[in-house]
Design a protein around this ligand. Structure first.
Ligand code: SF4
Length: 241
């Protein structure tokens, strides 16, 4: 079996616990206005790779990342865009005894069957906005599938790290964040929240692809705005980073 892989990173430090071997899979069902990998989402670029080939590469790093308290993270794009490939990679990683994460918007949570999720130790779940109209304006898709997936993960007791990209003027008001924080706290399986300030580092890719970057005039949040957002999550009783 083969899949479309955008790139890999052998020593990732921000996509799960410890040192991660990160596989960026091509393809995504969302169209986030701030996407820093539009070459995997808006344009499905990448290299066709076989499961065996990729697992052989991961195996070369297995001892190192395991000793560093890490594992493998499947990111993207969205790994649930290529569910059969993702399922096979996760199975191979578990056979190597590795800790596994998927980094997903949850929009395609229906593509993750229980057998796949049994091979996932941690879900990095990106909830882009709480208000459905805001979610759609940011991503071009409805919010509900993500919430359905979050509810399912909670029912399974699957550990989740919630990720929230903070976009000033779009999803940074208290009324945008507080209900999401309450919801996340109510799930019981959200181990931590990462508030990620908007940045424009992927902007050049939009230009290269001939796509309009509609957040060009939106400034990244100030440290004070980011701290205020974190405080709202914290006040709901969540661990925040
Ligand atoms: S979910 Fe991630 S990869 Fe997909 S469009 Fe949004 S930011 Fe880009």
């Amino acid at each position: 079996m083969t899949g479309l892989v955008h790139s890999v990173e052998s020593c990732g430090t921000v996509d799960g616990p410890g040192i991660r071997f990160v596989v960026f899979l091509s393809g995504c069902s969302l169209r986030c206005r701030y996407c820093h990998n539009p070459d995997t989402s808006y344009k499905r670029q990448g290299k066709e790779r076989s499961v065996e080939d990729l697992l052989a590469e991961i195996a070369r790093y297995a001892t190192f990342v395991k000793n560093a308290g890490g594992g493998v993270t499947l990111s993207g794009g969205d790994p649930l865009f290529q569910p059969a490939f993702t399922r096979a990679l996760l199975r191979g990683c578990k056979e190597m005894g590795m800790h596994t994460c998927i980094d997903t918007s949850g929009h395609l949570g229906g593509n993750a069957d229980d057998a796949m999720l049994a091979d996932v130790d941690l879900v990095l779940l990106d909830i882009k906005a709480w208000q459905p109209e805001c979610y759609r304006a940011l991503t071009s898709q409805p919010l509900q599938p993500t919430l359905d997936f979050a509810d399912r993960l909670a029912a399974m007791g699957k550990p989740v790290w919630l990720r929230y990209v903070l976009v000033p003027g779009v999803n940074d008001r208290a009324e945008d964040i507080a209900p999401l924080a309450q919801y996340a706290a109510s799930l019981g399986n959200v181990e931590r929240v990462d508030v990620l300030p908007l940045h424009h580092m992927g902007r050049f890719k939009w230009q290269e692809l001939g796509l309009e970057y509609t957040l060009a005039d939106t400034e990244p949040p100030t440290p004070e705005q980011t701290a205020a957002a974190k405080a709202i999550f914290r006040s709901a009783g969540l661990q925040v980073h």
